[in-house]
Design a protein around this ligand. Sequence first.
Ligand SMILES: Nc1ncnc2c1ncn2[C@@H]1O[C@H](COP(=O)(O)OP(=O)(O)OP(=O)(O)O)[C@@H](O)[C@H]1O
Ligand SMILES: [Mg+2]
Length: 291
Amino acid sequence: MNSAPPPPRRRGSLLERAVERYGFQPGVGLRPVGQATAGPPVPDPVPAPARAPEPIDRERLAERGMLVPNGPVSALAEEFRLVKRQLLTAAREGEARPRSVLVCSAQPNEGKTFCAVNLALSLAAERDLEVLLVDADFAKPDVPDTLGLPTGPGLLDALADPTVDVESCVIPTDVPHLSVLPAGTRSDNDTELLASDRARALLDRLEQANPRRLMVFDSAPVLAASTAAALAEHVGQVLMVVRADRTSESDLREAVGLLDGCDTIQLLLNAVSLQPRGRRFGSYYEAEEEA
Ligand SMILES: Nc1ncnc2c1ncn2[C@@H]1O[C@H](COP(=O)(O)OP(=O)(O)OP(=O)(O)O)[C@@H](O)[C@H]1O
Ligand SMILES: [Mg+2]
């Protein structure tokens, strides 16, 4: 990171600026997603009875410095609006699974869950979207706790057992347009389950259940668990969180190399340690405003 050139003094999008700083061209040199193969038939699910929305713990979100639904407009909210617009543009242009986004990072503790939850909250404010936030960090499933939601059966249960209707695992919330799919019960072969044709069919079903649905996956660190790379095969976009004070360039390059199952990879700079004037996200804002 130390060898990275200084940030340019112009106002591009957060992602563009992150890409410039780290010298990556999203998509370049990355293999296109393979052709979808028809998986084994998954039985038609019995429609799940309507479930009462669970309340999101807004105080907890505020305590953690995260977006609060219907909260005041903040710098953080504006940053996630920028990120959201980039993703929605890419989703419109994407060919394979445009409506699914994997949020990952190279190493633990770089802000994946923070970014995935904030992004999902920001997206849920869109009028035309139904956001499904999927907890796909099976070793450290932090999404329900972050939002103050109960946990329960989830993605892994539906993958392991075709009689489990994945929609019945989806938790509606009291934030309009936001639902959560918990990680579910771990097994010894999570990665193999995720890489299976059944996973592809199940994610297809989730996506097709509602034409307005957009799925955001909070994943495990790419260099610490193989599940992130397996999931990248199934999504239209990857958002790679880069923590300005921590992620090394070699880790970043290695992680991007492992995500070659997805041809749209964008970088998101999460600058936790830079907090002058209360801004915690997007250090390039700081550089520009202080110049
Ligand atoms: N931009 C930010 N501003 C303030 N706090 C942040 C920011 N990004 C991350 N954090 C905090 O840093 C800690 C680690 O973040 P988070 O849990 O999102 O990381 P993670 O990559 O999901 O970690 P893990 O790999 O363990 O799942 C959390 O306490 C989170 O609230
Ligand atoms: Mg996490």
